[in-house]
Design a protein around this ligand. Structure first.
Ligand SMILES: [Zn+2]
Ligand SMILES: [Zn+2]
Length: 341
């Protein structure tokens, strides 16, 4: 095996630098992965812009990682084998000991590394990972297709499962980008009546092709009133960071309806409490999920033929990929590839 590998690290805030690093050995309970593909996610922006090289070594971003296991650390469970194709998402592996883990809520583990933020991620040819964070990748998916499912896919898949809407109910998807385009496909195939809400008319045809039954242009019409005219939404799943737009849409929820929030947003959410009390409506936050949940998202994607729409760029062009993400020039998802099969 090679003794060094290429990585794109955040040497100072906002700047990705191509470096050569010595190949590490996996510690106890860890594996070494030869990375094949890594998605570029909106959450990478905070990791890259807010990096604090003084507080921790220069970080490698990226948390939608797919590759092959090339070395196993001591005590790695027998379900993981050399050569196996695995993935790692944002949550880097639970500890198994904290009060949340003891209740089986591994996604809420108190000692869980955040991949690409508190430990190195997948903008690299090699990456160490905790075995508790590993996800098995089905053969039907290429590494490039599987990568975005590990964050954008599972985030929306789990949100839809938790949102309380049943087959036949109306669900609104607010924000038709990297996350929203996955949510539309999943929601349609879960048997929901799918309303896509976006900005402008140019995305309408795409939204309908991805699975929406109805498209609402939030700039041109009152989306909450349209939802009420459709009988109200049993659930609204929002991916956008604009708090005022999310707050305004709450009036479109049916009684007992839920707003599911996937984006921490830039400002506090204003909530008319009367709307919650009167109709017993609720608001719920949702993060990605456990590796087991992630395997369900992958297998559902295979079963019902959901795929992310991706653009692919080589690892060395991560800086350019990131620049395009920041300027809104990536329509759905961008994936970096490392040239390894
Ligand atoms: Zn992400
Ligand atoms: Zn834990």
């Amino acid at each position: 095996m090679k003794t060094s590998y290429k990585a794109m690290q955040v040497s100072r805030p906002g700047v990705l630098e191509l470096v050569e690093r010595p190949v590490p050995r996996p510690g106890a309970g860890e594996v070494l992965i030869q990375v094949q593909a890594c998605g570029v996610c909106g959450a990478d922006a905070a990791d890259i812009e807010k990096a604090a090289p003084a507080a921790q070594p220069p970080r490698v971003p990226g948390h939608e990682v797919v590759g092959r296991i090339v070395a196993l650390g001591a005590g790695t469970p027998g379900i993981w084998a050399l050569g196996q194709r695995v993935g790692v998402g944002r949550l880097g592996g639970h500890c198994g000991e904290c009060v949340q883990c003891r209740q089986g809520r591994f996604q809420l583990c108190l000692n869980q590394p955040v991949v690409g933020s508190t430990r190195d991620g997948g903008y690299a040819e090699m990456m160490l990972a905790r075995s508790t964070g590993l996800v098995a990748i089905p053969d039907e998916l290429s590494s490039e297709e599987a990568a975005p499912i590990l964050c954008a896919g599972i985030a929306t898949f789990n949100a839809l499962k938790k949102c309380g809407a049943q087959a036949g109910d109306t669900v609104a998807i607010l924000g038709i980008g990297g996350l929203g385009h996955m949510a539309l496909q999943y929601a349609r195939r879960m048997g929901l009546h799918v309303v896509a809400i976006g900005r402008g008319a140019d995305i309408a045809a795409d939204a309908l092709a991805l699975g929406a039954h109805v498209y609402i242009d939030n700039r041109a019409e009152d989306a909450a009133a349209r939802l009420q005219a459709l009988g109200g939404a049993q659930a609204i799943v929002t991916m956008i960071d604009h708090a005022e737009t999310v707050s305004a849409l709450l009036a479109g929820l049916a009684p007992e309806g839920r707003l599911v929030v996937l984006n921490p947003g830039k400002g506090p959410l204003q909530v008319p409490a009367g709307l919650l009390v009167g109709g017993q409506r609720g608001i719920l936050g949702s993060i990605t999920g456990t590796p087991y949940d992630n395997e369900k998202a992958l297998s559902f994607s295979v079963l019902v033929d959901v795929r992310p729409r991706i653009e692919v760029m080589p690892l060395e062009q991560a800086g350019e990929a990131y620049r395009r993400l920041k300027t809104g020039d990536v329509k759905y998802r961008m994936v970096l590839t490392m040239g390894h099969a």
